[in-house]
Design a protein around this ligand. Structure first.
Ligand SMILES: Cc1cc2nc3c(=O)[nH]c(=O)nc-3n(C[C@H](O)[C@H](O)[C@H](O)COP(=O)(O)OP(=O)(O)OC[C@H]3O[C@@H](n4cnc5c(N)ncnc54)[C@H](O)[C@@H]3O)c2cc1C
Length: 378
């Protein structure tokens, strides 16, 4: 179990005062926004209910190039040039045009935080009125507020999504010790009627899980079944809801990024690189405001338009997510086998990567000073 470092008792002094930017949520999206503000002279406060890196929020698989361009390679655990796709009628191996890597969540968050010069506090965000964020340690204010709190979209005026009556998938995984050379997925109704199972090895640990596009399908039993089939014990559970619909990037003067804006890709449920990608864009827009190169309204407009410009790609991924499970098993198998041809794999995975391409990351921003970052979870 991770060591709990979250501030407790007397350490939980009241929070208050004003900042230039408040970033709520210190995972992939929130830390990326804060990183883009490094060196801007802005007073940036990052809030999370847990210490940085304390609670893993995913299977932590990502196109390797994204780790490199973000300066996060040291967190990588295992790299894969192939994707193995199992169906009840056979197995296909896709030779990928780029590699995929698993990483260690805590290490990645620590590396990302080391690129930031923001302040960090552990506090539970309860809501907002105007430019004031209400937390369990008091109220803090800023003209620029970011909700990177995940699927709940807590700072939205409509109160966010309520599962299961919302466009959410659900995912659950176990993290037994062990290993494998292959990155594998299962498209098999034995595990889930609409969705897929996975095994993401991460050097000594195997992340085995099931994701269902239908939020009403309970994935616990079949996650255990898949772990049993792989002869691994179902230990160390981790799961969450996964939004599969793009949502507006701004609302009522607030910026939303990562899962709170539905930036997780439908069909594949890949949401880390998109959290980086949209986090970079949002951080750059906010930086232009704090450096007085543009006003807040321009940042709201530019960021909202940028998010909207991706709607078409997200809609197509969602269509594929709805269509694939409806195909009869033998048609699914035929499609998966046909899609395994090298030219098609290169074309399809090339397009897929370009939804949020690594080149977008550019150069990491300069730190303002060389002070030690606030320690993340040990
Ligand atoms: C089982 C599973 C496996 C997955 N595997 C992958 C994968 O391998 N690759 C991939 O690309 N995507 C994967 N995803 C999707 C991915 O996890 C998300 O898209 C991604 O985590 C989104 O990042 P985020 O920063 O927006 O939100 P999150 O990572 O969810 O972070 C939200 C942050 O907000 C904090 N927070 C929430 N509420 C409050 C509050 N009230 N007050 C204070 N802080 C709060 C949380 O502690 C957390 O740090 C997976 C999802 C699941 C459920």
């Amino acid at each position: 179990m991770p060591k709990r470092l979250t501030k407790r008792g007397q350490e939980r002094t009241p929070l208050g005062g004003g900042y230039d930017v408040i970033v709520c949520g210190a995972s992939f999206a929130g830390l990326t926004v804060a990183r883009q503000l490094t060196g801007s002279e802005a007073r940036v406060l990052v809030l999370d209910r847990y210490e940085i890196g304390e609670r893993q929020t995913s299977a932590c698989g990502i196109p390797t190039e994204w780790l490199r361009v973000m300066g996060l390679e040291a967190s990588a655990r295992q790299e894969f040039g192939e994707l193995v796709v199992h169906t009840p009628r056979g197995t296909s191996r896709y030779d990928l045009p780029w590699t995929f890597s698993t990483f260690d969540y805590r290490e990645l968050c620590q590396l990302l935080w080391a690129q930031c010069d923001a302040e960090f506090e552990t506090a539970k965000v309860n809501g907002r009125s105007g430019e004031t964020v209400h937390t369990d340690r008091g109220d803090v204010s800023a003209p620029l507020i970011v909700d990177a709190l995940g699927w709940r979209r807590i700072l939205a005026s409509d109160g966010g999504y309520q599962p299961p009556d919302a466009p959410l998938s659900r995912g659950l995984e176990v993290h037994p010790d062990g290993g494998s050379a292959d990155l594998e997925i299962w498209i098999d109704r034995r595990y889930v009627p609409a969705g897929y199972g996975w095994s993401f090895p991460a050097r000594g640990e195997q992340r085995i899980g099931v994701g269902s596009f239908d939020p009403r399908f309970h994935v616990k039993d079949t996650t255990v079944l898949l772990a049993d089939d792989l002869e691994r014990p179902p230990v160390r559970y981790q799961g969450n809801w996964i939004p599969h619909k793009l949502r507006p990037g701004t609302e009522d003067g607030i910026f939303f990024v990562g899962d709170s804006a539905g930036h997780c890709l439908p069909l594949t449920a890949e949401g880390i690189r998109t959290a980086f990608y949209f986090g970079i864009k949002l951080g750059d827009e906010l930086r232009a405001v704090v450096e007085k190169r543009q006003g807040r309204e321009a940042a709201l407009r530019n960021y909202a338009e940028f998010v909207d410009a991706h709607e078409f790609k997200f809609r197509w991924m969602l269509r594929a997510q709805r269509l694939l499970p409806k195909l009869p098993a033998r048609v699914q198998r035929a499609v998966i086998r046909a899609c395994g041809r090298k030219r098609f794999v290169d074309w399809a995975f090339g397009h897929y990567l370009r939804i949020a391409p690594p080149e977008f990351a550019g150069q990491p921003p300069e730190r303002r000073d060389e002070r030690e970052p606030v320690p993340a979870a040990a």
